[in-house]
Design a binder for this molecule. Sequence first.
Ligand code: AVI
Length: 319
Amino acid sequence: MKITTPTYNLAFAEDVLKGLTDKKKHLSSRYFYDDEGSHIFQQIMKMPEYYPTNCEFEILSEQSENILEQLNFKEKFNIVEFGSGDGTKTKQLLQAFLNKNADFTYVPIDISEEAILILEENIRASIPEIQMNSKVGDYFDILEDISKEETPNLFLFLGGNIGNYKKDDALDLLQKFASGMKKGDKLLMGIDLQKSPRTIQKAYDDPHGITKMFNMNLLQRINRELEADIDLDQFDFYCHYNPENGKVNSYLFSLIKQKFYSKILDTTFTFQKDEMIWTELSKKYSLAEIEELASTLDFKVVENFLDKKGYFADSLWEK
Ligand code: AVI
């Protein structure tokens, strides 16, 4: 018997079916990051309007010694990183810690073996003396193993990804992190801050159309993986920052009344003219909200490390 494995991701297929047949249509931003989407995200991070990348790079380049002091670890520790990316920013922190003779093992975690191999090569090329113990797999399975060891841990959750979680989901995620941490362990989390609404609006509604492409890739992904016939020219992108709640919400919307068919889902999806598909939340926090989030989860905020413009925080929390 010949077993054929599907070329599409089952969770993606199920979520598209649910999201595009719900009364208010939605698609999760988690699906932005296929190979094509990850490539577009690299381009977003290079845009001058997308300030978070440079702000966090500045913090980790210039303030890592202060961060090390605030950790106050007296013995060898682990630096455990969730979703390490290509390591460009983390390298700044690792190098500064080594310059201060800190004794640690870097433990990057990623679900993708390929991503970990690229990261290892990248880190070892510039910091050959690094002690590294990479892990491939599910964050929380690995966290459970790490939590059984006595070595103190600094967990890194950089890049401002927490902003892409709705309040309850952010609480759930951080609660899961917390349950894998022992007393004295620290969490350094990148958080984008509230600021001029124009600055934020420009970072998402960029003049180059790259963020639009990033969102449109969701529709292209449906065409590619779910064998659909969406006419991309008949959709547009819209995003809006609301300074009253700190939320950037992004959408795709239909320019005409239309339908498309997916062979894999064997379903026809219908759209009214101007009907919206919600694609992403990117929440900007105030310092007071960071305090509130930490205290809800029984963490203590040790210090918020801000870039010079005060746009972005790497917030150091202690369990
Ligand atoms: C990954 N994440 C923190 C980005 C953000 O700023 O919310 C994703 C992104 N969406 C549009 N531009 C960048």
